[in-house]
Structure formats: structure tokens, C-alpha cells
Design a protein around this ligand. Structure first.
Ligand code: CP3
Length: 357
């Protein structure tokens, strides 16, 4: 498998020089795109999109047909892993994800097993292979997983939560039990990401969406520690090419130095941190990915240009930046605004490099 023709994204993750700043967006395939909604209606549901390699490939490719994005991201969901552990994932209309069998009893936690990704998540590996064929060597494909703690939040709460009261009660009352869940999750995620790497992804990203909800010391003990465990078990190269790993803890601005020391190649940043300041703290060790507020995409083209230039100026000259939002594209985003963003990032960052920015 040769490197993709446009490997700008991979080079930026390895802090190598690039002609411009590469850009992709979390949730670049999603409900803001009419063609996504059309495919989803044909598939019947979001989970059917995820479970069918043909549909997953179709929606993965949709944003790439519209915009000059520098990477594709596997279309799937972080919650397919606990689903493969037997928790029974479903989406109730308008309610977000839920589990039929959340972890409530100690015996349910003791019974948890690491799923074989080539058996119960075979459809994801088939999607990776099919997407690689559809990409035909154009841009890199990003694989992903949830972090052990973020997965545990959904597994224990049974769905989305505002306060994480069940998982936090367990953390303080029965840390041994939560550690058991996290250890199983870390082993499951390691096997799952390694299978994605063997199936053809060019980089991996771990979404620690709820790590930022933890108290300071608790973040280290219950999230970061398991991120490090995964990173030390990942296949880091395939056929002589490094497979970079990105860690994104939303709300993790307080712990950037420690996240940078977890063994990852790049750190994802939400919009609450100043990119230039983050670069000063950890940019000599890892690449940075982020960090435009997704709500900017609801504003005028002028505001989108101004705010995306502000992010590029904040990072400044030199390698090691992948442009992204600080979280996913929201459903209410006008599709043409994403085009404005991608063009601005490419044009302005080229000009920056030639001294004109
Ligand atoms: O980024 C991409 O384009 C790749 C696809 C992707 C999805 N989910 C598709 C999706 C990725 C990388 C995810 C990750 C994910 N899933 C996370 C971590 C990142 C984050 O957003 O914080 C989390 C926490 C989940 C769990 C999840 N899946 C929630 C909370 C929801 C409901 C919220 C919502 O936006 O509806 C989902 C559903 C989901 N996952 C959708 C998509 C496109 C919307 C489903 C639909 O079509 O109705």
C-alpha cells in the first residue's frame, strides 16, 4: 500500500514541512449534508449506514466530493465497540444513542469481554477496505475509536448524560470496578484500532469526548492512563510508513503537557485553548489539530474567513498543524460555509508560507 498522493495531512502530523496547512473536519460526513440525509433514508437508519460497508463508503466519500479536504474519516461510531460487547446499541429518534443493557450490576461488569474485531466488528474492517478502494490513493483515511473513559460513560450511564452521575459515583465508591471496565475497554480499543490499521487506515484518532468532565487527578487516573496503555500497544507503522495517532480530550486544556506525553503523535484541541499558547506548551513534541469553534460555520463568509485566519495566525509559521474544528460540524451548518472554510485555510496558509500571510 503506497502512501496517498496527497499526504499533506500525514506529513503535518509528523511535524514535517508542508506547502499549506491540511484540513479535515470532525463529523465532515453528517446531517448538514443533504446527500447524507438521502443515503441515510435509503439505508433506513444511522446504524444501517454504519453496518453496511457500501453505505459507509458512500457517506465517507460525500464530503470529499464537495470540498478539497486533505483526509477522509471512516464513517462509523465510537459506540459500535460496546455494541460488539453485547450492550445493544440503538438510537431513539431525537434522543441520541442508548444501550439496551447498560452496565448496572457487578456481575455484568465482571462478565465483559474484549470482542474480536475481525468477528463482531468485521463490517468496520470491510468498510475500511472498501473506502480505501474508493479513495484510490487520493487522500489518507483516518480510523478512530472512543477512549476507554468516554466509552465507559455511555456503557454505565446507558446513553448521553448531563452530569455523568452514575459513572462518577462508581469512580468514587468502587474505583476497582471502574478500573476493570476501563482495562477491558483499553484492550478492546487496542485490538480494534490495530485491526483498522491492518485493514488499511493511514492514521488513527482516539476521541476522549468526556475526559474533560473529570476532576484533575481523576483525569490522570481514569482517562490518560488508559490512553497511554492503548498507545503503547498500537501498531505504529505499516510497510515502513508511520501510522500517526491523534488524541483528542475535549476540555483537556489543563493537561496538554501530560496528553502530549501519552505517546501520541498529535493532540486535538477544542476551541477553549489558544492555539499559539498550546504550541508554546507542547508544539515542540507533538503536532496540534484544531481548533476553530464549530459555531463559526453558522456565521457569514467574512466571519469564517476572519476566524479561520485567526487560528492560522495563532499557530504561526512552521510545521505541525492540522486545521480542524474544536468539535464536530453541527447539523445546522450551511454546506457552502464548509467550502469557504476549506478554501480559506488552503489559500491563507499557502500565502503565510510565502511570506504574504
Ligand atoms: O467524523 C466523521 O465524519 C466520522 C463519523 C463519526 C460519527 N460519530 C458519526 C455520527 C465519528 C468520528 C463519531 C464519533 C462519536 N460518536 C463521538 C466522539 C466525537 C464527538 O462527537 O464527541 C461520540 C461521543 C459519539 C456518540 C454519538 N453518536 C452521539 C452522542 C450521537 C448523537 C449525537 C448526534 O449528533 O446526533 C451519535 C450519532 C452520530 N454519529 C451521527 C453521526 C453522523 C448522527 C446520526 C444520525 O444520522 O442521526
Amino acid at each position: 500500500m503506497p502512501r496517498p498522493r496527497n499526504d499533506t495531512f500525514l506529513r503535518a502530523l509528523l511535524r514535517e514541512a508542508t506547502e499549506y496547512t491540511p484540513v479535515w473536519l470532525m463529523r465532515q460526513a453528517g446531517r448538514y449534508l443533504p446527500e447524507y440525509n438521502e443515503t441515510r433514508a435509503r439505508a433506513g437508519s444511522f446504524l444501517e449506514l454504519c453496518r453496511s460497508p457500501a453505505f459507509a463508503t458512500e457517506v465517507t466519500m460525500q464530503p470529499l466530493a464537495r470540498y478539497e479536504l486533505d483526509a477522509a474519516i471512516l464513517f462509523s461510531d465510537i459506540l459500535v465497540v460496546p455494541d460488539a460487547m453485547g450492550l445493544g446499541l440503538y438510537f431513539a429518534e431525537g434522543e441520541g444513542p442508548r444501550f439496551e443493557r447498560p452496565l448496572r450490576e457487578e456481575w455484568e461488569i465482571r462478565d465483559l469481554e474484549v470482542p474480536d474485531p475481525y468477528v463482531s466488528l468485521r463490517y468496520v474492517m470491510d468498510a475500511v477496505a472498501e473506502i480505501r478502494r474508493a479513495l484510490d490513493g487520493s487522500v489518507p483515511l483516518i480510523g478512530f475509536s472512543g477512549s476507554p473513559f468516554t466509552l465507559a460513560c455511555y456503557m454505565i450511564e446507558g446513553g448521553s448524560s448531563e452530569d455523568f452521575r452514575r459513572v462518577k459515583t462508581m469512580l468514587y465508591d468502587r474505583p476497582d470496578l471502574l478500573h476493570h471496565v476501563l482495562d477491558v475497554n483499553a484492550r478492546a480499543v487496542t485490538a480494534y484500532l490495530n485491526a483498522q490499521i491492518e485493514s488499511g487506515v493511514n492514521a488513527v484518532m482516539i476521541f476522549d469526548t468526556w475526559g474533560g468532565a473529570l476532576a484533575c487527578g481523576a483525569y490522570r487516573e481514569f482517562s490518560l492512563r488508559y490512553l497511554s496503555q492503548i498507545l503503547s500497544g498500537l501498531l505504529r507503522s505499516r510497510e515502513g510508513h508511520r501510522i500517526p495517532a491523534i488524541v483528542f480530550t475535549k476540555g483537556g486544556g489543563n493537561w496538554l503537557e501530560e496528553i502530549a506525553g501519552s505517546g501520541c503523535d498529535a493532540v486535538g484541541l477544542d476551541w477553549c485553548v489558544d492555539l499559539g499558547a498550546a504550541r508554546g506548551r507542547i508544539g515542540d513534541r507533538v503536532a496540534l489539530q484544531g481548533n476553530l469553534d464549530p459555531m463559526v460555520l453558522l456565521a457569514s463568509p467574512e466571519a469564517i474567513q476572519r476566524e479561520s485566519r485567526r487560528v492560522l495566525d495563532s499557530f504561526g509559521a512552521g510545521p505541525g498543524h492540522v486545521f480542524n474544528l474544536g468539535h464536530g460540524v453541527i447539523q445546522h451548518t450551511p454546506p457552502e460555509n464548509v467550502g469557504v472554510l476549506v478554501r480559506t485555510v488552503h489559500e491563507y496558509s499557502r500565502a503565510q508560507r510565502s511570506g504574504g500571510g
